[in-house]
Design a protein. Structure first.
Ligand SMILES: O=C(O)CCC(=O)C(=O)O
Length: 274
């Protein structure tokens, strides 16, 4: 018999009030940072389950930092923890974050694309500039990631940074996360005169960014891991439109039962709001 987990008794469902100005700013800038989104108690209650799963499923455990690629130095990446852990599922399915995603995107309802823990270890490297949506077989731009640090993230721990307005420019959209994307996208961001917003995150602060927003993170020079959990939401009406081999592998992985051109209503893509 699987062990019954007692779910934390903390609020992760009540609405976070978003003003019209914040929604407009998100759509203009391609990202938004929201302070006091989660309470310290809520983060502390869910951190142990997320961290346990991330460390247990860490495929880089036995690889020393100096032998890793730039990608693998950036973070331990563990996806769809919600499918195997009830406590993490409760957090990933929280209504506050899903509702804000729907409001920012301007859609009635959102589905899960997938969740992802991104732990930048002590002395972990930088995350190269990239846009996420190049990997995803979507027929629209209505998708957004919430980036939830489980502790405060000072600059020296590698907070997420964004190129303001970059979702509206076609810079480096075909570049996979690599040293090349870091260099070429940095050049493109400079050439277009876009602001890089590189700021710490307070405890409880989160960010949302569109699939096409360019983002990166600095290295973690602190002795503690930078613990982050993310959920990627898509418009509940999103249809499958694979155009590249990478799209096809994401199709198999994240929405295996969906046929091309159809709404992605696979059991892996439950509606999270309303
Ligand atoms: O956490 C990081 O360093 C990168 C995060 C990221 O690329 C994302 O959430 O899309």
């Amino acid at each position: 018999m699987p062990q019954q987990q007692t779910l934390p008794d903390v609020d992760i469902d009540s609405p976070y009030p978003l003003s019209r100005e914040q929604v407009e700013r998100f759509r203009r800038d391609g990202f938004i940072k929201l302070k006091s989104f989660f309470s310290a108690e809520a983060l502390a209650a869910y951190d142990p389950a997320i961290t346990r799963n991330t460390l247990e499923k860490n495929s880089l455990r036995d690889k020393p930092m100096e032998k890793r690629s730039t990608y693998d130095k950036a973070f331990i990446q563990v996806s769809n923890i919600w499918e195997t852990d009830e406590t993490v599922k409760r957090f990933a399915f929280g209504k506050r974050a899903a509702r804000a995603a729907a409001e920012l995107l301007g859609v009635e309802s959102v589905r899960m694309w997938h969740d992802q823990a991104l732990y930048k270890e002590a002395s972990g490297g930088f995350t190269p500039w990239h846009a996420d949506q190049q990997y995803w077989p979507f027929d629209s731009e209505k998708c957004v990631t919430i980036w939830i640090p489980l502790q405060a993230v000072p600059i020296e721990m590698g907070p997420l940074s964004f190129a303001r307005g970059s979702h509206l420019k076609k810079i480096g959209r075909d570049l996979v996360i690599s040293d090349e994307s870091e260099k070429l996208i940095a050049d493109g961001v400079k050439r277009e005169g876009l602001d890089e917003v590189y700021e710490p995150f307070e405890l409880g602060e989160v960010s949302y960014h569109y699939g096409w927003t360019l983002h990166r993170a600095g290295p973690n020079s602190t002795p503690q891991a930078r613990k982050v959990f993310t959920v990627i939401y898509m418009d509940a009406h999103m249809r499958l439109q694979p155009r590249t081999p990478v799209h096809r592998s994401d199709w198999e992985r994240w929405t295996p039962g969906t046929h091309v051109g159809r709404v992605m209503d696979d059991p892996r893509n439950p509606v999270l709001y309303p």
